[in-house]
Ligand binder design. Structure first.
Ligand code: ATP
Ligand code: ATP
Ligand code: MG
Ligand code: MG
Lengths: 462, 462
């Protein structure tokens, strides 16, 4: 007969490391760098700390690399360190606000990969700026998904240092990973003119990205779920957690931008008694509430306080600096939502200048999600699906003969990544819709530019 | 400060359903059908039961569909049913033998999706052929990842029926999913001439795939891990679980096709004392054993008892029947291994007949993994990477002007899928290597055929 058993989440990701972005030593090198840098940037940005991130990768021979990432972020509280770094599906980013981290496993997978390929422990030193700073040496008990504390020390923190240092070794391949790793740092810093990022690579080459401004965007704030698209399980959990004894009270106090007036109008429109007790709602009634919530278009759209877009000026400036294009059209869509998660699409189309003319299967498409550059699997990304779908001729654009580059940024309280390695964005209809409209808006502007340019040259020739 | 918490594996896949293959109702419809049919086929094939699988999908209106899948497989033991169908990361396929299932979550994700989109319970009826058959009505407690038994009944089983029936509702989109769903059934049955598969779709259309033979391939048998590529964690666990008091005893009793002689030669070659106690091995020594195990080429390659390839005749017959090509070259590589997992690549290149000439970005590539057809994300698949890499001119093949179709089947004790939705295969170097050699072998045969054909036509013209 069959042998049945349960496995832990850590064991699942250990057995299936390709799923977490660790297909092979080249991809692992990239993924590890990405995961640790993103943790460092989140720790700074969420608290309006001007980021100072230092990354050092040393070649220890035999394909083993030692990585050290240091940041001046908020630090990790003493009791949380073992779980934050050695328990899969544990973290502080399960909240409804934009951050690079969302799964609660990126940093841990990197550390797990070091443990299984180089038998490495991870050394974490941190302080939240208090009188003490502390150091742990950890492993992950993979079968039981819990931390193994090899060593820990607490010491004085005279300089009131605040931040985190993570260090471990792993089997990698920097030679092959280098182009993507360097591109990742470059693309990241284009979007973060207020960050100081330093990367010393195994050849001793120093990559410095110095800040050009001290102005930081306002950090994203946590919000309640938006009524558009939240599913039955989501609403059921809110009901279970809520103390409301009426549907009116429940609706008015649990959803983003839904107050008493909106709640009353909604409940009346779907013929649910505002005085009904949410905890005794029939399954049928619950389904009605949820499905009608999706279509009710008198809910206020999400506001962007839970999001932190790049911004039109910054996006344009970054593109101008990199490509010196003849023309750039940028746009920022209003906030929308999928499955109750607010999101915003920002896009740009750049024409001419130093942008190359590319063959049709190698388009210049630059994608970002929550300010993370996405450098893999372009063809599976929803952005590519949209680009292939649009009839560019209507905008006088011929992608095979004109120097055109596309830029797409999706910022969301939860980015709909298709993969745990955050390689590309899944085919969400709401997201696809927003990308399509953003690109068409930009396309129209590029068309107008080309038309004006053509008219000007006609005038000139006369 | 940050709010730290842990979440269950069920909560992770609930929050990130795109990662499990449930991007949207269209993709969800396909994934759900796939997951349940694959469970049914595994339950039959693993026990040499000629499969009888019946699938019925009913449109209940409002985008809600009811799915019922019935099989004559081995059945699920009474106490295991709640966990098998309502606890994520639970199953019977965590063993080292080829099966379609590997993760312990496919069926559950389908059921979870039905629960959150249609508030559906799942009804499972099963019997292992004994005096009783039993029925459960289940939900998943997502936050705690455990089953909720709504109802259960045990009754007599007069006909000694053995098998499983699974039924639940979910929000889908059959209209858009139809082409891929039908293609999935068609492709699946091409590889399973001994299976009776019946699919009744929401429009009442009956798709019947009747068996044309009663001969089934031998089921795959469980084996021990192969020494090539097993990592430090894997070896450490084997040491912890083993009672061996010497390295010689440990090596000789725990690895696929490694006996006393091979173990002794290996340990001597890496200067590890055969009498050393594995449990007191230094970390440094353990790393030496593991890394040298990877490179030691005097280990026997895996034998194929843990695998169940399609077979050259069947593959050729299926291609002949579908495309009536002018010529088919098929090949089956010897067993290889990655990360300790044995695998075999089978490939075919077909030329002419009813095969269309396709533009370069739309090649005819048919991929299978453990007899599952892969119909998505071709461009991200490692097979495509290989096809793009090969210099086809050397084989007188011009992919843009000739009618050519590629067929690649990877069978493995663990297929290196890149995604939880089993959409495509990750970039594993060992797998890439095998696919490359398989395709080149086929390409050489096609080249010889084209050369002969050309000579024949020259002779004819004289
Ligand atoms: N450098 C750091 N500074 C402060 N906190 C950190 C740092 N690195 C990790 N953490 C904490 O550890 C938690 C777990 O990190 P991990 O990378 O495993 O998951 P995540 O960032 O929450 O999500 P994701 O898997 O998407 O990266 C984070 O949520 C954060 O609270
Ligand atoms: N129709 C069936 N007949 C017999 N056993 C079944 C059937 N469906 C599911 N099972 C049992 O339930 C377990 C869990 O199934 P599930 O689909 O969730 O995971 P899996 O098949 O093991 O792996 P995967 O996630 O890759 O599909 C299986 O391992 C199997 O033991
Ligand atoms: Mg992280
Ligand atoms: Mg399954």
């Amino acid at each position: 007969g069959e042998k049945f058993k349960a496995i832990s989440a850590a064991d699942f990701f250990y057995k299936n490391k390709e799923i977490a972005g660790f297909d092979n030593p080249v991809r692992a090198t990239y993924t590890i760098m990405r995961e640790l840098v993103e943790n460092a940037l989140d720790a700074c940005e969420q608290y309006s700390i001007l980021p100072e991130v230092r990354v050092k990768l040393i070649d220890e021979g035999n394909s083993i690399y030692k990585l050290k990432v240091e940041d001046n972020g908020i630090g990790v509280p003493y009791e949380q360190v073992p779980y934050a770094f050695a328990q899969i599906l544990f973290g502080s980013k399960y909240t409804l606000r934009q951050s690079r981290g969302i799964f609660g496993l990126g940093g841990k997978m990197a550390i797990l990969y070091g443990q299984i390929t180089a038998h490495s422990t991870v050394r974490v030193t941190s302080s939240t700026g208090g009188f003490e700073k502390y150091s742990y040496e950890l492993n992950i008990n993979i079968q039981e998904n819990r931390p193994v504390i090899r060593r820990k020390e607490v010491g004085p923190n005279p300089g009131r240092w605040r931040g985190t240092t993570v260090q471990f070794s792993f089997e990698g391949d920097y030679v092959r990973a280098k182009p993507k790793v360097v591109e990742y740092f470059k693309q990241t810093s284009i979007l973060l003119p207020y960050a100081n990022i330093l990367f010393v690579d195994p050849d001793g080459v120093l990559y410095r990205f110095d800040r050009v401004t001290d102005v930081m965007p306002k950090p994203a704030e946590e919000v309640q779920p938006h009524p558009h698209g939240i599913d039955v399980e989501g609403v059921q959990r809110m009901i279970n957690a809520s103390r409301s004894s009426t549907m009116l009270d429940f609706m008015a106090n649990n959803f983003h931008r839904v107050g008493v007036a909106t709640a009353l109008n909604f409940l009346k429109s779907i013929k649910i008694d505002p005085q009904a007790n949410p905890k005794t709602l029939q399954s049928r009634e619950l389904l009605t509430v949820v499905s009608r919530m999706k279509e009710y278009d008198e809910f206020q759209p999400p506001d962007a306080q839970c999001l932190s877009p790049i911004g039109m000026e910054l996006l344009k400036a970054g593109i101008m600096r990199e490509f010196r294009p003849e023309f750039v059209a940028v746009t920022q869509r209003g906030a929308s939502a999928y499955s109750g998660y607010p999101f915003i699409v920002e896009a740009a189309i750049a024409y001419g200048g130093e942008i190359p003319i590319t063959p049709p299967d190698e388009m210049s498409v630059f994608r970002y999600a929550n300010k993370i550059p996405l450098l893999y699997d372009l063809h599976s990304d929803v952005a590519m699906k949209v680009i292939k779908k649009i009839n560019w001729q209507r905008y006088r654009l011929d992608l095979s003969t004109m120097p055109i580059a596309f830029f797409i940024h999706i910022c969301a309280t939860k980015v709909p990544y298709k993969t745990v390695g955050k390689e590309y964005i899944a085919d969400r209809p709401e997201v696809e819709y927003e990308i399509e409209w953003a690109l068409k808006t930009c396309a129209r502007e590029v068309k107008m530019h080309l038309t004006r340019k053509e008219k000007a040259s006609i005038v000139q020739r006369r």
